[in-house]
Design a protein. Structure first.
Length: 332
């Protein structure tokens, strides 16, 4: 059976062969040369000779003095004593070791060599390198995700809450309370006609789609001055109403209470309390009694603000500066 083509390039195979034979990668030769030059400086040679003498049999150097040979000048000019510089943090450097030797030993250990550079075993380097590459890939994914989240989808969602909720929290951060309020509204809101949400005509059209217009509503509208063409066609999904007609419809809704209102609430399946007139069904303060204070809107300045400022339902006056005029128009 034919073998599939290798996924490794000739260069990768050559590199792998060199690693398996402990060749092809070593401690930087220039670094080793510079360290040798440093260790042959007169004052460093004198220091290493003193340390060797202090550790020889019969040495008279006090055990309290001997460790200080490894920290000469560490607080002023560590290089003059080949000592480890004063440092902060959680790094624990070994005691009784000169800094130059520590650097060389560290470099050799990365190559799987002994402290003096002998017995190279590059499999140790490969293990460490593989672990670093894996760690780099994992952490970069998290870092990139955190960075990308700042402008994910070009600002479609303003923050992580809105991204997770599909934009729901950009309208109301208290999703539990708002959800409970929405559940009690039954079929009040037509999700296919959200652009007209809050207008008298949209409310009447939704009522018509659920159970029809009661005679009482037509009578109230006629008495309020709604044009005959609109009244006759209230049940039509294509009926159009001028601003004047919608203003008259709203005025009529403020007068619809008692039995006619109860019939409307029953048809729509609304169980929200304190709905006193049909016009209340157009008032967020009334239809969202437990969550209206956290209703928000994003203005033309890109800043989200609360629509209401207190438990009494006072509308935030600063919205006048940042909302389009069409959003601020009123039929009442």
């Amino acid at each position: 059976m034919a073998q599939p083509a290798s996924l490794l390039t000739p260069f990768q195979l050559t590199v792998t062969d060199s690693l398996l034979h402990n060749q092809g990668i070593s401690v930087n030769a220039q670094f080793v040369t510079k360290m040798a030059t440093f260790n042959n400086l007169p004052y460093i040679t004198a220091l290493t000779d003193a340390i060797a003498a202090a550790t020889s049999p019969g040495a008279q150097l006090s055990p309290t003095i001997y460790p200080e040979l490894y920290s000469l000048g560490s607080g002023n000019c560590a290089a003059l004593g080949d000592s480890i510089p004063v440092h902060t943090g959680n790094i624990a450097y070994p005691g009784n070791v000169l800094f130059g030797n520590l650097l060389l030993a560290t470099a050799y250990s990365y190559m799987g060599q002994g402290p003096s550079g002998g017995a190279k075993n590059l499999s140790i380097f490969c293990q460490g390198f593989g672990a670093l590459v894996g760690y780099n890939g994992i952490t970069n994914n998290f870092i990139n995700s955190a960075v990308n989240s700042q402008n994910y989808l070009g600002g479609t969602y303003t923050n992580a809450d809105n991204m997770v909720s599909g934009g729901i929290t950009s309208v109301n951060i208290c999703t539990a309370q708002w959800g409970n309020d929405l559940a009690k509204l039954g079929g009040l809101i037509d999700l296919n006609n959200l652009d007209e949400l809050g207008t008298p005509l949209a409310l009447v059209q939704q009522l018509a789609s659920l159970g029809g217009i009661t005679p009482d509503i037509a009578l109230y509208f006629t008495n309020a001055g709604v044009s005959a063409d609109v009244v006759v066609n209230l049940a039509s999904p294509t009926v159009n109403a001028s601003d004047a007609d919608q203003k008259a419809m709203y005025a009529a809704m403020t007068q619809i209470t008692g039995t006619p209102l109860s019939q409307i609430l029953k048809i729509m399946g609304i169980t929200t309390t304190n709905i006193n007139t049909m016009a209340d069904l157009l008032n967020p303060y009334k239809i969202f009694p437990t969550s209206f204070q956290t209703l928000t809107v994003t203005g033309t300045n890109g800043v989200s603000q609360n629509i209401y400022t207190n438990p009494d339902g006072t509308v935030n006056s600063t919205l006048n500066q940042y909302l389009p005029k069409i959003a601020l128009s009123s039929l009442s």
